[in-house]
Design a binder for this molecule. Structure first.
Ligand code: ZN
Ligand code: ZN
Length: 506
């Protein structure tokens, strides 16, 4: 039992991304439903063979094995069917939520149907105990990425379904989806070791028996996270282009390259990174979420004319005729104002003359238009927040593993500051949340701003907040700011209290 558990553990820990493909080779659409059913049954049979032992209900074991293999249930040393009913219900609810099903917590017909659909073998939920190839442990949302931006790629061998020219063309297009929106650059090479190596293989194809493909149907392809670069396609599938028959190579290649570049599965329906194979699409494009996700890792594409203009000083925006995204009181006791990709430093009389500068000149790979920013006096780290992600800097250098996702019910803070002990507080809709700086989980318990700080009036639409020299708190809206003395628990009257005045515009 222990050996089988370990084997199962190893299989899922490898974080191999596998898509259980829909069509079997040489089958047409009419036969699809049947083939999908049998693929799933084969898969479940395979899974349950690994974990079956006498005395447990095979249905519950299969359900548990399914939920475990995709990360919804934690694997135990006792095998499936040893989970409590409560844990199982919770896992089904999570599964239903991720897959946009009615959240009943029960294995109803719709849920059962969804579980019978072909899908990728990668877990949708990564637990904090997961490690990848034993290299490091992972907290939820931790990204993987390539340190360099120029990556070489090579096709080791080709499928016989399409001509080599067609396949090279398809892979070039798949890479281009990702390089069109980031600073990544891909170059094909025909010999030697490449960063990303694409191959077609059948059954055991050189990366261990646990990763063996399974003949036509079932597992369709898999890819390894950075910086491995392995992208493998099952050569027993029928790979096609511009056809509803077989499996579309371009879409699957784009999905697998997404993994090879560090993306994990998305619960957004129109994302290319959705775990379920969506079938052929005539005008396939990345979704907005896909673009944002890859840009969160590698930054946005900088157009050449733009960067020349920037270095020549033209097109520098005037803070007085624009708005601001957020304000940071940094570890060097300076106050910075951010807007779009620019940063200004505040002085006693408005902004410093040598500013604005490009934010990326001060911080490496920062987000454009950060939603909020804070310096933690406790850990001496600077944080940027945007959407549901956090970037962490030690000095001006982004730390490895960032940006990563925030977890919890509130993950898109409007503003961030620290409490008097240096703990990070996030503000959203006039409420204050605590951020765990180790796990990046936002505590769902929150209090009103007016409860957190006695004597502070309710402030609508807080856009930025900061703690200034320990004792004073600043709360900014788009137009005005409020200064609060935490020690005396009172607002300090300031006139005029407009942001424009603070920036020296008036
Ligand atoms: Zn996948
Ligand atoms: Zn492989």
């Amino acid at each position: 039992m222990r050996a089988t558990c370990l084997k199962f553990f190893v299989i899922t820990q490898l974080l191999i991304f596998c898509i259980n493909c829909a069509p079997r080779k040489h089958r047409i659409r009419e036969g699809l439903a049947d083939s999908r059913q049998s693929i799933l049954h084969n898969t479940i049979r395979r899974l349950s063979r690994r974990i079956q032992h006498p005395g447990i209900s095979s249905n519950v074991a299969k359900l548990d094995a399914y939920l475990e293999s995709f990360g919804y249930l934690r694997q135990t040393h006792f095998g499936p069917a040893h989970h409590s009913e409560l844990a199982r219900t919770h896992a089904i609810r999570k599964y239903q939520k991720f897959n946009h099903l009615p959240v009943t917590g029960k294995l109803d017909d719709e849920t059962r149907w969804k579980m019978h659909q072909p899908r990728c073998g990668l877990p949708d939920v990564t637990s904090s105990s997961r490690s990848i190839r034993g290299m490091r442990s992972l907290a939820p949302g931790t990204p993987f990425f390539w340190e360099k931006k120029n990556l070489s790629w090579r096709t080791i061998n080709f499928s016989s379904d399409l001509t080599p020219e067609q396949q090279t063309n398809t892979f070039t297009q798949a890479f281009k989806y990702w390089s069109d929106v980031t600073e990544l650059d891909f170059e094909e090479t025909s010999s030697g070791k490449a960063d990303i190596e694409i191959l077609f293989g059948k059954y055991n194809h050189g990366d261990g028996s646990n990763n063996a493909f399974d003949g036509n149907g079932g597992t369709l392809a898999h890819a390894f996270l950075p910086e491995n670069g392995g992208v493998h396609f099952d050569d027993d599938e029928l790979w096609t282009e511009n056809s509803r028959e077989g499996t579309n190579l371009k879409i699957i290649a784009t999905h697998e390259l997404g993994h090879a570049l560090g993306l994990q599965h998305s619960d957004k329906k129109d994302s290319v990174m959705t775990p379920y194979y969506q079938g052929y699409k005539n005008n396939f494009e990345l979704s907005i979420d896909d673009v944002q996700d890859i840009q969160a890792i590698y930054g946005e594409k900088i157009h050449e004319e733009e960067s020349t203009e920037e270095t020549q000083g033209r097109h520098k925006p005037d803070i007085c005729s624009t708005s601001f995204d957020t304000i940071l009181f940094s570890g060097d006791n300076k106050t910075y104002v951010f807007n779009d990709k620019w940063v200004w430093r505040l002085s006693n009389k408005g902004v410093k003359r040598s500013y604005p500068k490009l934010t990326r000149k001060l911080f490496n790979r920062p987000p454009n238009s950060p939603r909020s920013a804070v310096f933690s006096s406790k850990t001496r780290r600077t944080y940027f927040f945007k959407d549901n992600r956090v970037w962490r800097y030690s000095g001006n250098t982004m730390e490895s593993g960032f940006p990563r996702r925030l977890t919890g019910d509130m993950t898109k803070p409007d503003a961030a500051l620290t409490d008097r002990n240096g703990n990070i507080l996030l503000i959203k809709n006039n409420r204050v949340y605590k951020l765990n700086e180790r796990t990046f989980h936002v505590d769902s318990n929150s209090v009103l701003l007016t409860e957190q700080w006695q004597g502070l009036p309710a402030i609508k639409d807080v856009r930025a907040a900061m703690r200034y020299n320990g004792r004073y708190l600043y709360f900014f809206t788009e137009e005005t700011y409020t200064t609060y003395d935490e020690q005396d628990e009172r607002v300090i009257p300031v006139y005029p209290n407009t942001v424009k005045h603070l920036l020296g515009c008036i």
